[in-house]
Design a protein around this ligand. Structure first.
Ligand SMILES: Cc1cc2nc3c(=O)[nH]c(=O)nc-3n(C[C@H](O)[C@H](O)[C@H](O)COP(=O)(O)O)c2cc1C
Length: 208
């Protein structure tokens, strides 16, 4: 009886832990170098065609950190946030699944095995970044929308500097009458108070 209980407990524990998504560390972001700012501003543009090449973990880490990573000991970020609410969250989508980014630990957690890129935009891109706001944490929706813009511009400037192409996509939520935005929200396991405000396609440019 005792052995049966122990075996059952062991099976229950291993099943429960197996169901938990494991957070995986990204390589440390490169926080030096890059293109001089004036050159990056001069190079910044929207790119909508990308090579099929997947991005490396280092490229993803540098991109997410530049977008909204922690850049000071007090936990503040590369993007400013109204009333320092830090309500903007990032996910990235690849052929191999969807991942949530934790800027505090530089770790990512797989939240879906599905390729969700088609729900984020129309372009054939190896990566999509999803920018969402936790409206419970935000000072207001108005501020959350503005904070999203700073993160988006960081993505644009990082891509210009790193030889990547990107397009901000506001129309993702209108694809199929808004169905895609809602579907992406649900498939990423977001709470009721989380709202996707923008997506970005990212990849190596395949155009002049
Ligand atoms: C908030 C926002 C939403 C956008 N949404 C889309 C979009 O849904 N589809 C698209 O192709 N481009 C979109 N864009 C890209 C703009 O069309 C692009 O920035 C504009 O044409 C100027 O080009 P540039 O970025 O190369 O200067 C968006 C840009 C912003 C800032």
């Amino acid at each position: 009886m005792k052995t049966t209980l122990l075996v059952s407990a062991a099976v229950f524990c291993s099943c429960s832990f197996a169901a938990l998504p494991a957070a995986r560390p990204l390589p440390a972001p490169v926080r030096t170098g890059g293109m001089p700012l004036q050159q990056a501003l001069n190079a910044r543009r929207t790119i909508r065609s990308y090579k099929a090449d997947a991005l490396t973990d280092q490229q993803i880490s540098d991109l997410l950190w530049s977008a909204n990573g922690v850049n000071r000991n007090d936990g503040k970020r590369t993007a400013p946030s109204a009333v320092n609410r830090k309500e903007i969250n990032l996910h990235y989508l690849t052929a191999g699944g969807a991942f949530a980014y934790d800027p505090e630990t530089n770790r990512v957690t797989k939240v879906s095995d599905e390729d969700l890129r088609k729900w984020a935009g129309r372009f054939k891109a190896p990566v999509y970044i999803v920018l969402s706001a936790d409206l419970k944490r935000a000072a207001s929706r108005h501020y959350a929308v503005m904070d999203t813009g700073y993160v988006s511009q960081n993505i644009y400037l990082h891509c210009a500097s790193a030889g990547l192409g990107t397009c901000a996509i506001g129309s993702f939520s209108r694809i199929k009458g808004g169905e895609k935005g809602k579907l992406l929200h649900d498939k990423l396991g977001m709470s009721e108070t989380e709202e996707i405000l923008l997506t970005h396609s990212v990849g190596i440019p395949d155009e002049e």
